[in-house]
Write a protein that binds this ligand. Structure first.
Ligand code: C5P
Length: 227
């Protein structure tokens, strides 16, 4: 069977990563969560006080980009790769609502994007990869053999995110989660560099009313038609 590149893009909390992980496991492909990379850069900016509620010193972040080393390390107990920032496991730290609140601002910075896109392209140069994000089918791998674009209503997505945060013990009001989802959608679709758009050759899946298994089977069928 030929090895392909699978690009999964879409709005926040559409279940892209759950689907991508499941798919990568089934196909024995590498899975890359590019959102984790933008989150790790945001965490770095927060740790260095380059960003908070009242300011964002993007110039300082740009000046320190060469100090950021991002790596994924596979955790065999969990069955997926975790994000490391400068050799430190930041998998938990990057999933908080605080990071979610700032990440889209950081992701607007072109210098950040080009650094991460270059690393993503390197990771995918041998194909056999499932990568999820916002610009995978449009910018990172415009030639990907299979492009999926996931959507769901903002309410459905906020509910999913709220449940995830609750499961991790993060006490957050539902309204705040919804606000974050809506704001991130706005920034992600309106930024100048690589805005979130559906690639012309992407297949759109609205999963508001689909179970995880139904989504998985739908995409698996598409994969089988492509390879
Ligand atoms: O996928 P996740 O919700 O973790 O992504 C966090 C944020 O990172 C997104 O809201 C978006 O601003 C940014 N992002 C991006 N391009 C990607 C992946 C994520 O701009 N390829």
């Amino acid at each position: 069977m030929k090895k392909i590149t699978i690009a999964i893009d879409g709005f926040s909390s559409t279940g892209k990563s759950t689907l991508a992980k499941q798919l990568a496991k089934q196909l024995s492909y590498v899975y890359v969560d590019t959102g984790a990379m933008y989150r790790a850069v945001t965490w770095f900016a927060m740790q260095h006080n380059f960003i908070d509620e009242s300011h964002f010193d993007s110039k300082a972040l740009i000046a320190h980009l060469q100090d950021i080393k991002l790596e994924f390390q596979f955790n065999s107990e969990l069955g997926f790769a975790e994000m490391y920032l400068n050799n430190e496991n930041v998998e938990m730290a990057i999933r908080t609502i605080e990071v979610s609140n700032f990440v889209s601002k950081v992701a607007e910075v072109s210098e950040v994007r080009s650094k991460l896109v270059e690393q993503q392209q390197q990771m995918g140069k041998n194909k056999a990869i499932v990568m999820d994000g916002r610009d995978i089918g449009t910018v990172v791998f415009p030639d990907a053999e299979l492009k999926i674009f996931m959507t769901a209503s903002a309410d459905t997505r906020a509910k999913r995110r709220y449940e995830e945060l609750k499961e991790r013990g993060d006490v957050v009001e539902y309204e705040l989660v919804l606000k974050n989802v809506v704001e991130r959608d706005y920034i992600d679709t309106h930024r100048a560099d690589s805005p979130l758009v559906i690639a012309a050759d992407a297949i759109e899946i609205d999963n508001s009313n689909l179970t995880r298994e139904e989504q998985f089977q739908t995409v698996l069928e598409l994969v089988n038609k492509t390879v």
